[in-house]
Design a protein around this ligand. Structure first.
Ligand code: ADP
Length: 527
């Protein structure tokens, strides 16, 4: 068999003299990669490091069973960064086996929870000591500005530390059923959890997923996104150093249709947690049903960001910018539908336009760059297609709508105004620096517009009237509501979606519920 799944780039690398070898075995050709388990990388800001390339199983970096590799691209230059090992079904089996053994031997699942918290806290400290390099890796791999990546890494540290403090505060209940019985409940971990994460916040999603799973005593097999596997592999080196035993946390890098499917359908995985598109989430929900896995999904959004005429307009404009242009708009909860009260509509559009045109877009490593590259060619093309759709639908292009340069996936911050609620650019998730602006006059009207969506991930409200703020927050169908702020996360505030935006919550005590099951114990007291 000529290994068809070996990428053209891998073959090119082989031809270029890298250590690849073709063997002929009983009329079968197989391309064996001798990719080393780490490669040196020099980052654009001069930092140098060793990038692990293997899968991470049993606290070691290992080659994949079939020695296949895939290419990782720098979205800012479209050049290859490196190759890493590509996992397959057999690698998932090995990782699940390691995670099952680690769960069953009790070295993690049954220890004093305080010790689990301690290990997670140590992990946070290792990341903190190395945070500039980690942010740089994230920026290189994802295309986001270094400024945004630094923010992500700080959120990772904060969340790991916060979750570490909850580990020993997970209690059951005593239940009074009268004399003669003693009843109590325990909250126990589920077992091996499969976790599938996306490419927009590679390390933050790693943290949001592993922290609640690990503090509660579960073990994990994770698949990172094929576009952005580097940061999670890099920080995995800190797992053993933090005192987390072998097999507790494993990564099988690879593709959704192979590794993702294998995780979703594996009989020994008890739960799957997924962040990504609604279409893939629906598919995972169905696949996971065959083995009755518990499922949590954090999916897409088309979130309304509402500005009332009495708002502090300066900070409202700032929050609209953060809401849609932070992380190059590749944010599931982006405030992509802005609603402005009619009396300030024209004035605010002008202020939003000026602010958007002032955003520095470009090389993520330039200090001052706010918006880096989109993460993939596919994403860039999708956004540009929506620009055409918006024009054809008759909306007014206020600014942007064009690619910047022809190398790297950069696009100008884009605004469409005078939109109608049934336009595709208002209804569909675009996942880029692309915002629509609509006009409203009353609270009832903006509630109707805001809730007229299949999604329900987040919403923003800008007003100086506390009554308006609370009334509107109550009536919006969204898992997170930000008032006079946006994209503003805290480890103790739950995050997750209503409707097609998902099932379950990230962060806070709510996230732990996804990884625990109750055991009720009823004990008869003998005479
Ligand atoms: P996008 O289409 O924007 O890449 P996805 O939701 O498909 O977003 O990807 C998010 C994550 O889901 C990635 O890690 C991806 O590999 C994974 N994935 C994609 N398809 C599947 C699938 N069929 N089963 C499981 N995971 C998948």
């Amino acid at each position: 068999m000529y290994s068809r799944s070996v990428s053209a780039a891998a073959v090119a690398s082989a031809a270029a003299g890298k250590k690849f070898m073709v063997t002929n075995n009983a009329l079968q050709f197989r391309l064996f990669s001798h990719l080393p388990l780490s490669v040196p990388i020099k980052l654009p800001n001069g930092l140098e490091y060793e990038q692990p390339t293997g899968l991470f199983i049993n606290n070691k970096f290992v080659p994949s069973q079939q020695h296949k590799t895939f290419e990782v691209i720098n979205p800012s230059t479209e050049d290859e960064i490196c190759h890493i090992y590509e996992g397959r079904e057999d690698d998932v089996d090995i990782a699940v086996d390691a995670a099952s053994k680690a769960f069953e031997n009790g070295s993690w699942s049954t220890i004093d929870p305080f010790k689990r918290g301690e290990a997670l806290h140590k992990l946070a400290r290792f990341i903190e000591e190395d945070k500039e390099l980690i942010a740089s890796i994230e920026s290189l791999d994802n295309g986001k500005s270094l400024q945004n990546a630094r923010g992500d890494v700080q959120l990772v540290i904060n969340y790991l530390k916060s979750a570490s403090g909850i580990a020993d505060k997970i209690d059951g209940k005593l239940i009074n059923s009268g004399s003669g019985y003693f009843n109590y409940t325990k909250r126990e971990p589920l077992g091996v959890c499969g976790q599938i994460i996306p490419w927009n916040f590679p390390l933050l999603m790693w943290a949001w997923k592993i922290a609640p799973a690990l503090v509660t005593g579960n073990t994990v097999v994770m698949k990172t996104a094929e576009a952005t596997p580097l940061s999670a592999l890099y920080v995995s080196q800190y797992i053993p150093k933090a005192g987390i035993p072998p097999g507790v946390f494993n990564i099988v890098s690879g593709f959704g249709k192979i590794v993702g499917e294998a995780i979703t359908t594996h009989p020994n995985i008890k739960k799957v947690a997924f962040t990504g598109s609604t279409a893939t989430g629906k598919h995972i929900y169905q696949s996971a049903a065959s083995s009755l896995k518990k499922v949590t999904l954090e999916l897409g959004g088309k979130s309304p960001n509402i500005v009332f005429a009495d708002a502090n307009l300066k900070s409202a404009v700032q929050n609209i910018m953060t809401g849609i242009y932070y992380n190059s708009g590749e944010v599931c909860c982006a405030g992509s539908r802005v609603y402005v009260q009619d009396t300030i509509y024209d004035q605010l559009i002008e202020e939003i336009r000026i602010a958007a045109e002032g955003i520095k877009v470009g090389d993520p490593f330039n200090e001052g760059t706010f918006q880096g590259a989109q993460t993939s060619q596919m994403q860039l093309s999708k956004i540009l297609d929506y620009v055409d759709i918006g024009k054809k639908e008759g909306a007014t292009l206020v600014t942007g709508g064009e690619r910047i340069g022809n190398k790297g996936y950069f696009i100008k911050p884009t605004i469409f105004a005078d939109v109608k609620e049934d336009m595709r650019i208002v209804k569909e998730e675009i996942f880029g620096p692309f915002v629509t602006i609509s006009k409203f006059s009353t609270i009832d009207e903006v509630i109707k517009f805001g809730n007229d969506s299949e999604y329900g991930l987040a919403a923003g409200i800008h007003t100086t009237n506390i009554n308006t703020a609370i009334k509107v927050a109550d009536r919006l169908k969204a898992g997170t509501v930000w008032i006079n702020t946006y994209n503003d996360f805290h480890p103790c505030v739950p995050f997750g979606g209503f409707n097609a935006s998902g099932i379950g919550r990230e962060m806070s005590m709510d996230a732990l519920d996804n990884y625990l099951q109750s055991k009720g114990v009823r004990c008869k007291i003998e005479e």
